[in-house]
Design a protein around this ligand. Sequence first.
Ligand code: PRT
Ligand code: MG
Length: 213
Amino acid sequence: MITLALSKGRIFDETLPLLREAGIEVSEDPEKSRKLILATNDPGVRVVLVRATDVPTYVQYGGADLGVTGLDTLIEHGNQGLYQPLDLQIAKCRVSVAVRADFDYANAVRQGSRLRVATKYVGIAREFFAAKGVHVDLIKLYGSMELAPLTGLADAIVDLVSTGNTLKANHLVEVERIMDISSRLVVNQAALKLKQAPMRRLIDAFARAVPAA
Ligand code: PRT
Ligand code: MG
C-alpha cells in the first residue's frame, strides 16, 4: 500500500487532475465526507488528509510515503530527509512583503529603522531581511496576517500572494517579492527503497502528468 498525504483545499483540488492523468481516481470528495483516509480506484494507493503544514512531517516520519506540499511550507519545515523529485507546478503564488498603503516602507528601510514584521513564515522572513541588512522583530502568526498592519501589531507582513485581491481588500500594498512558490512532490526515502517499484511507477506517472516547465 502506498499512502499519499494531501491537504484539503487548493492542494487537493489541484493534485486531483494530476492523479487522474496518472490513472488514479480518489473515491470520495473530502469536502463532503469526514473521512481522513480516502481510498482510490487503485487498491495499492490511498490518500490521507492532513493539515497543509503537517504534510512534510507525515512524509518525513513515514506516516505517508509521499505528499504534496507548497515550497513555502517545505522551506519552513526544513527538508530533512525528504526527497524532492518534482515541481508539480500547481498552487502557484509568491511570498511577498506587504505594508499599509500609507506606510513608507522604502523610507523606513533607507533610514535603517527597525521593522516589526508579522508572519507565519518566520524562517523565510528572517533570512530575507538578514540578507538585506534590515533589522526586524518577527512576530509569529498562524493566520490572517493581513490584519496585523491594520491593527498596529506590525509595520509589515510576509505572506503569500496570488491575485493580490486580499491585499487590495485590506488596503495593503506589496512592496517586495521574496520568492515564487509552487507545490512539490516530497517522498520518504526509506519508502522509496522498500517499495521501489510501485513508488517509482507513481512518481513517474506524476512526472508525465506535470506540464512541461
Ligand atoms: O488554510 P489552513 O490554515 O488549513 O492551511 P494553509 O493556509 O497552509 O493551507 P492552504 O490550503 O490555504 O494553502 C496550501 C498551499 O497553497 C500554501 O502553502 C501555498 O503553497 C499554496 N497557495 C497558493 C496559497 C495561495 N496560493 C494563496 N493565495 N496559499 C494561501 N493563499 C492565501 C494567502 O495566504 C492569502 O491569505 O490566499 C490569500 C491571498 O490570495 P490572493 O489571491 O487574494 O492574493
Ligand atoms: Mg489557508
